[in-house]
Design a protein around this ligand. Structure first.
Ligand code: NAD
Length: 501
């Protein structure tokens, strides 16, 4: 089985220590990745530092051409969107992360679209601007804003969208003229290496993107290395550590962290729509989505009907290896992830929750060796249960019945997280009003977990401090420089010395 190397200064570097990448559907290795040492991380950062002057001087149109051709390469051989053609990239995402081919297809096409957005939009967003000043006060001043790269950016990302989430940082960082050291998750290192291959083939000069595969320690080494910024997506616990370290070193940090999104179902809702939405919101990617619907608040007037429908629909979901197109639910990414889901469900049951369906590992032959867990619907849940206040990141839909929207809003806001939320109602005005009262960075009305390239993605409270996607997601990777010119010909200024009455 092949061992993939690190990407440093344009060269593949296979290290002495390596680690296996497992297929979570079978528990078997699909390949090996190099384990970067502290010296390898330093070499990668040094290579990015060396490549920085030439890359930042490269005209933005040339940078855009390379980033666009990386987008083309992602969908090469991938067929049409929703065609499920198993291109090498889609197949690797399924085999390494465990999602279904449908979900890998969405990830690949969505990422290519977002990458093109960054390539096309950055030119205008990063163009220098002349400010309109108050000419009565400042008749002879000229102010120009220019956007400069931050420098060498360390990009540390999770496994749940192993292509898409890294590209939300890589594409704008490269467009803004930064060079990069990318540390993919230890659970999806081979997709990380393939991202390096894609950019190399797209013509990115050596050293502009370096890839160091490894574990949390590798990430920590990158954070304390000579980088100018860290772009991190992952858990709150690790995000806090990285934020503290970057604060100490006065380095920029973009932190996109976990969530515990509420899904609020109003009594006036189209129940079939809300049930279908809740199913996808809670179970897509086996619930391993930062913006998963992790807490369902449903109005008492329609609760029975809603619950009956989601239980019926859950019975229809097929578990298995994601390469089989009839499979809806793949495994959890790892044993540790499944253990956490089990712990949360057991805690809920111990405290009085009812398991309406699921709540265990599947028994079927063919599923035993993978990290599968049956999609689970719980009722009679309460806010004290772990399942209602800690991020579960698994295929569990805990449902709480409420008597009013006001109660739903209070419960939805009673969390340290603030990533996304969704509201399901026939009354759009009411939905938008509720959206304004929810403490979340993103609220979807009659949909859930929608990422659009033009719209900002990010959370409030402990869900993070960063913004991905949109124009703001490009400016994360640029310093805003002010150049102020005095165009008048006087030899002094009214406000200089000497001060006279
Ligand atoms: P994680 O925090 O365990 O790991 C994320 C990355 O950080 C990995 O590459 C890991 O190797 C690295 N890392 C671990 N310890 C580190 C340390 N001490 N210093 C530096 N790097 C370190 O998270 P995960 O399990 O990979 O991902 C799941 C989490 O990501 C969930 O909480 C999920 O909500 C979050 N997430 C958030 C978003 C968002 O947009 N807000 C998107 C996707 C995932």
């Amino acid at each position: 089985m092949e061992t993939r190397g690190l990407l440093i200064a344009g060269k593949s570097v296979v290290t002495r220590k390596t680690f296996a990448s497992l297929n979570p559907a079978t528990g078997e290795a699909i390949g090996y990745a190099s384990l970067a040492s502290a010296e390898d991380v330093s070499a990668a950062v040094a290579s990015a530092r060396e490549a920085l002057p030439a890359w930042r001087a490269t005209p933005i149109k040339e940078r855009a051409a390379i980033v666009s051709s990386a987008a083309d390469a992602m969908i090469a051989g991938a067929g049409e969107p929703m065609s499920l053609t198993p291109s090498p990239l889609k197949k690797l995402i399924v085999e390494e992360m465990g999602k279904s081919i449908h979900e890998a297809d969405i990830e690949v096409f969505e990422t290519a679209d977002m990458t093109r957005y960054f390539a096309e939009t950055a030119t205008q967003v990063l163009a220098s601007k002349t400010l309109q000043l108050n000419t009565e006060l400042w008749p002879t001043k000229r102010s120009i804003i220019e956007y400069e790269p931050v420098g060498v950016v360390g990009i540390i990302k999770p496994w749940n969208y192993p292509l898409e989430i890294p590209m939300w940082a890589l594409a704008p960082a490269l467009m803004a003229g930064n060079t990069v050291v990318f540390k993919p998750s230890e659970w999806t290192p081979l997709v990380g290496v393939m991202i390096g291959d894609i950019f190399t083939r797209a013509g990115l000069p050596a050293g502009v993107l370096n890839v160091v595969t490894g574990n949390g320690q590798t990430g920590a080494q990158l954070v304390t290395s000579d980088v100018d910024m860290i772009s991190f997506t992952g858990s709150v616990a690790v995000g806090k550590r990285i934020g503290a370290e970057c604060g100490q070193r006065v380095r920029r940090a973009s932190l996109e962290l976990g969530g515990k999104d509420a899904l609020i179902v109003d009594e006036d809702v189209d129940v079939e729509l809300a049930a279908n939405g809740a199913m996808w919101g809670a179970f897509t990617v086996t619930g391993q989505v930062c913006a998963s619907a992790e807490r369902i608040f449903v109005h008492r007037a329609i609760a029975d009907e809603f619950i009956q429908r989601v239980v019926e629909k859950t019975k229809e979901l097929r578990l298995g290896n994601g390469l089989d197109p009839s499979v809806s639910i793949g495994p959890l990414v790892s044993q540790a992830q499944r253990d956490k889901v089990e712990r949360h469900v057991q805690d809920a049951v111990k405290r009085g929750a009812y398991v309406l369906i699921g709540g265990r590992r599947p028994n079927a032959e063919g599923l035993r060796h993978g990290f599968f867990y049956e999609p689970t619907v719980l009722t009679n849940v309460t806010p004290e249960m772990q399942i209602m206040h800690e991020e579960t990141f698994g295929p569990v839909m805990p449902i709480m019945i409420v008597d009013s929207l006001a109660q739903a809003i209070t419960l939805a806001n009673a969390t340290r997280y603030g990533l996304g939320a969704s509201v399901w109602t026939r009354d759009i005005g009411k939905g938008e009003d509720i959206a304004r009262r929810l403490e979340a960075g993103m609220v979807w009305i009659n949909d859930v977990n929608v990422a659009l390239p033009q719209a900002p993605w990010g959370g409030v409270k402990e869900s993070g401090t960063g913004t991905d996607l949109s124009e703001a997601g490009i400016l994360e990777y640029a310093h805003t420089k002010h150049i102020s010119t005095e165009t008048g010909s006087t030899q002094t200024r009214d406000w200089w010395f000497p001060y006279t009455a």
